[in-house]
Design a protein around this ligand. Structure first.
Ligand code: PLP
Length: 480
């Protein structure tokens, strides 16, 4: 069994095993002609159920054969140009190389004595990001597992800075289309059920600052504590960017922590063309960035950044067995002092490899391409009488709905759109997402793949229309 341990004596086996795996995946990627096979849960489950985990195969080749059967064949492939569903990007090769290196060396970023250079690399990337945001000389931050965790940590710091003894008094203001992790965080942080005040959005799905001002005033009048405003720079559904400068003004006026959830919009930090769309982000007290959304990084890769490094102390605990207080005086850099996690992956290495290979402009160029594609797609849908499209994109999502000429019942149109999404998924030809707008079912393209062309968008629209028409035809048959 020791032959499976990665060490000085098994380096050759490691090379062979990993190369075998890489070759399988490379062959798979090269041969993928659809984002999905369309397999059902019922068809796939028995294949996994029948595997006896207490009967190992011992041989890497046999394990990879089995993996082909239970995973690789039917996985959802984000690199395919017709994967248009959620906020998953195709990944860049330097980052995948980083992933291979980081899991083999297996540094843990909690303490210097488990990572050494890894700690310094992460710190340099945090500084790079805070500089791109413009958070100022006292800024700091830490890598996290994703936007949900980054938002949670930011709101934890905001809660502690609010200095209220009564958690039920605290209020968080976020737009009605903000990410659900804001509400989850409020619950985890022990706030009351009314803690998150939902602020309406305007026609472009941006937070209405007049409504925000009104709610902040109401909060003050009611003797409650405005703990934080969460501005979203790139909403999950619409990619809309809340008016950051106006929100910053209000936060200053009401003494409220400003958190910018730029999990999606952070790609603009590297943009060569559209950086101005997130102007005002530099006034935040904390920022969430998800490199695994718009920096073309593999999951997980995210960070929470703060204007004032001192606020990270709210996540600091010392333990004799790990990071005794004296290490602070000895200036030993232990990232665990800033993190909610203890053992933590060296995800930063992926971004490091990316920046050192492609440079930030390379990432920005790719993100600009998908933003431009979204604009093209928007024009296409807006000009197509078969569809209703919700807002002009600020980033790279398009929310739309098939509207058959002959049907006026909105519930029937809902069903046709739901059916089309399901049928498309089952066909594996393309994958799109769905959401609700004003109580009605819509479909969504999240465009994060620069390989996707306007012709793909047009083709998928035709597929959707075809499936929806099929549903409506069958529905008519059922009624007659
Ligand atoms: C705006 C926004 N914030 C936060 C998140 C959560 O990020 P993660 O899925 O990395 O936890 C998402 C995910 O889609 C998001 O769109």
């Amino acid at each position: 069994m020791r032959s499976h341990l990665l060490n000085d004596t098994t380096a050759e086996q490691y090379r062979r095993s990993v190369t075998d795996g890489v070759e399988r995946v490379a062959a798979k990627l090269a041969a993928t002609d659809r984002p999905f096979t369309g397999i059902t849960v019922d068809a796939l489950s028995p294949r996994i159920d029948e595997i006896d985990l207490d009967q190992p195969l011992h041989d890497t080749g046999a394990v990879l054969d089995e993996l082909e059967d239970v995973y690789l064949r039917d996985a959802i492939y984000f690199h395919h140009p017709r994967y248009l569903a959620h906020l998953n990007c195709p990944v860049v090769i330097p980052a995948v190389l980083g992933e291979a290196v980081l899991s083999a060396v297996n540094s843990s970023l909690d303490t210097w004595d488990q990572s050494a250079g890894g700690t310094l690399i992460e710190r340099k990337l945090i500084d790079w990001t805070t500089e791109r945001i413009g958070l100022g000389p006292a800024a700091d931050g830490v890598f996290t597992s994703g936007g949900t965790q980054s938002n949670l940590q930011a709101l934890l710091l905001a809660r502690e800075e609010a200095k209220s003894n009564d958690l039920s008094e605290l209020r968080i203001f976020a737009s009605e289309v903000s990410h659900f992790s804001v509400k989850k965080s409020a619950k985890l942080l022990g706030l009351g059920p009314d803690a998150v005040v939902s602020i309406p959005v305007d026609h472009d799905k941006r937070m209405q600052t007049v409504a925000l001002a009104r709610e902040l005033e109401r909060c003050a009048k009611d003797g409650l504590v405005p703990m934080a405003v969460v501005a979203t720079a790139g909403t999950t559904d619409f990619g809309s960017i809340d008016p950051l400068p106006e929100i910053a003004e209000l936060c200053e006026q009401f003494g409220t922590w400003m958190h910018v959830d730029a999990a999606y919009g952070c790609g603009l930090l590297a943009s060569l063309k559209h950086r101005d769309r997130i102007s005002g982000i530099e006034r935040a007290d904390s920022v969430t960035v998800d490199y695994h959304k718009s920096f073309f990084q593999p999951v997980s890769s995210s960070a929470v950044l703060v204007r004032d490094a001192a606020t990270l102390r709210h996540a600091t605990y010392h333990a004799e067995y790990l990071n005794p207080r004296r290490m602070v005086e000895e200036r030993i850099p232990n990232q665990v002092d800033k993190s909610l996690q203890t053992t933590r992956r060296f995800d930063a290495l992926k971004l490091w490899m990316t920046l050192r290979t492609m440079g930030a402009d390379g990432i920005g160029q790719l993100f600009d391409e998908v933003c431009d594609l979204a604009r093209e797609g928007w024009k296409l849908i807006a000009a197509d009488p078969r569809f209703d499209v919700v807002v002009e994109p600020s980033l790279s999502t398009l929310v739309f709905r098939y509207i058959p000429a002959a049907v006026t019942d909105p519930a029937e149109i809902d069903r046709a759109n739901l059916y089309a999404r399901k049928a498309l998924f089952a066909s594996g030809d393309a994958i799109v997402a769905g959401t609700k707008v004003a109580g009605r079912h819509y479909l969504k393209f999240t465009l994060l793949n620069p390989e996707t062309q306007a012709s793909d968008i047009a083709a998928v629209l035709d597929l959707i229309a075809g499936h929806a028409e099929q549903y409506l035809g069958e529905s008519l048959d059922r009624a007659s």
